[in-house]
Design a protein around this ligand. Structure first.
Ligand code: UD1
Ligand code: CA
Length: 519
């Protein structure tokens, strides 16, 4: 294929959105509208720019690096900030259109950047123009457009759609022989022209030399705007070859208002869910399942109704998600379960499970086999293997060792009002119900706390502490070799009163050492 330069128009305000956010910065399935347009164009002309990893070093085998130019204007900074993705190994240039004088003017401001020779001394021979508010077009479709443009040796080839619904697309005018004569915008169309069902998608392939030499011939309309679409009529008058390629409106729809935004979101969502299902994921109710583009889910995982899989989320194989779970920017390993839970920037390692009503906040990591239940909240903490944390508990800035049991109502007091402090809990620890851990604090391996303990000082390995503030009550003499903390509540554990307890609490009632419920 001839070297292609891509120009994406994104300078308009998008008045019909009635938004303070520039139109092309509005998110759709987790990415800015403009980013969808940019990624599709990249995938069409330079697949390596989209997935440098898959292509090795970003070299697509051609001598010419792909060139992408985005024309911004209204709220240019906000638009740029909305697109963090960059094509690999290709140049991306942002050009500012100072005044939004129409789509024709927008292409004109990109001319200088688009005609610069590259390292090999060449400039693009074909210019692909797309609009930043046309996010649904697929890369394959753009590729077919470019192929048709070369095959038909056309001066201008553009995508059209068919619709008989009322709409604000430009209408494609043809003569009685079917030859394209021009495009008329809705606001200038006669009733007969309005009845035309073939519409302009705003995606064009131009022969570069012709485009650059004709742009200056565009005349402003009474509203002061230069229309790119007028080039179609110009080419037709010059009897040049104008080709069209008709595709479903579901791909070429332009998003001008929030009704179209919701429609585009629905179309994109259906596409994403369909791909997941075809790859081996069960989605029980696609109508109530929301997945962002880029979310990955492994084979034989089941997504129950009412789930939102957002951002850069990766879910492994054989997982059971939902009903009603929200997962954002998180990694879920194989064989995990998350019922009716909220997970953000967190990691569940294989075979861990949560819910219903658990909340994993940023930095939470559940090690394999960890099991969190009702109303468990974890933030910036590692929860060890096979840890049981079933009821109403909070671990913040904590490290919890393997096989530890966290009794109902146990919480870390990690914030002193000014600073966050860490809590370290060892392996095979048994925290009784309602234990409060005032950070910074460490609980040694095999230690236990009585129900309602307020732990303000480090707990030695193997000790039992009770009370508020918690003091050492007993020292463990022996434990079952398998480390099963269930023994702690059953009285089968051999303990002896510690010297400290005998002194401090000689006259007090025996403390309640009942631990948390274990399932
Ligand atoms: C445009 C087409 C119309 C087509 C429709 C398809 C023109 C004159 N009309 O109409 O034929 O059916 O798209 O969706 O092209 N932009 C700039 N600078 C400007 C003006 C616009 O960069 O000065 C950008 C906008 O940000 C937007 C795109 O160009 O991304 C299209 O502009 P918009 O105003 O939405 O054009 P439509 O009225 O939809
Ligand atoms: Ca538009």
């Amino acid at each position: 294929m001839r070297p292609v330069g891509v120009i994406i128009l994104a300078a308009g305000k998008g008045v019909r959105m009635r938004s303070r956010l520039p139109k092309v910065a509005h998110p759709l399935a987790g990415r800015a509208m403009l980013e969808h347009a940019l990624r599709s164009a990249c995938a069409a002309v330079s697949p390596a720019a989209v997935d440098a990893h898959a292509a090795g070093d970003g070299d697509d085998g051609s001598d010419h690096a792909a060139r992408f130019i985005v024309v911004v204007g209204h709220e240019a900074e906000a638009v740029r900030a909305a697109v963090s993705w960059r094509p690999a190994g290709a140049s991306l240039t942002w050009i500012t259109q100072a005044r939004q004088l129409g789509t024709g003017d927008a292409v004109r401001v990109a001319r200088e950047a688009a005609t610069q020779p590259d390292a090999s001394g060449a400039a693009p021979q074909t210019i692909l123009v797309t609009y930043g508010d046309t996010p649904l077009v697929r890369a394959e479709t753009l590729r077919r457009l470019l192929e048709a443009h070369e095959r038909e040796d056309a001066t201008l080839t553009f995508l059209t759609g068919q619709t008989s619904e009322p709409n604000d697309y430009g209408r494609v005018l043809r003569d009685s022989a079917g030859v394209v004569r021009g495009i008329v915008e809705v606001k200038h169309a006669t009733p007969d022209e309005l009845a035309i069902t073939e519409v302009n998608s705003g995606i064009y392939a131009f022969t570069a030399d012709w485009l650059w030499s004709r742009l200056d011939q565009l005349q402003p309309h009474p509203n002061g705007e230069y229309y790119l679409t007028d080039l179609v009529e110009l080419a037709a008058r010059e009897r040049r070859r104008v080709a069209t390629h008709c595709v479903a409106l579901a791909e070429t729809m332009g998003v001008n208002d929030r009704v179209a935004l919701a429609e585009a979101e629905r179309i994109l969502r259906e596409r994403i869910l369909r791909e997941l299902m075809l790859s081996g994921v069960t989605i029980e109710d696609p109508a109530t399942t929301y997945a962002h583009v880029g979310v990955r889910v492994g084979q034989d995982s089941v997504i129950h109704p009412g789930c939102h899989l957002l951002g850069e989320t990766v879910i492994g194989a054989r997982c059971e998600i939902g009903p009603a779970s929200v997962i954002r920017d998180s990694q879920i390993g194989d064989d995990c379960q998350a019922q009716a839970s909220w997970i953000e920037e967190a990691t569940m390692e294989p075979g861990s499970r949560i819910g219903p009503m658990s909340h994993l906040r940023p930095g939470a990591r559940l090690r394999p086999g960890a099991n969190l239940g009702n109303f468990a909240e974890v933030k910036n903490s590692v929860i060890g293997e096979r840890v049981q944390m079933h009821h109403f508990s909070y671990m913040g800035d904590a490290t919890v060792g393997n096989d530890t049991n966290i009794g109902a109502g146990t919480i870390t007091m990690n914030w002193d009002g000014r600073v966050k402090h860490p809590t370290v809990i060892g392996e095979r620890v048994f925290l009784g119900c309602d234990t409060l851990l005032r950070a910074p604090v460490t609980v040694g391996d095999n230690a236990s706390t009585g129900g309602g303990s307020v732990v303000t000082r480090d707990v030695p390995e193997g000790a039992l502490v009770v009370g508020a503030p918690a003091r050492v009550a007993q020292r463990v003499l022996s434990r079952r070799p398998d480390g099963d903390t269930a023994a702690a509540t059953g009285g089968s554990r051999a303990v002896e009163p510690s010297a400290a307890t005998q002194t401090d609490h000689a006259d007090e009632e025996a403390p309640d050492t009942t631990g948390g419920e274990r399932e």
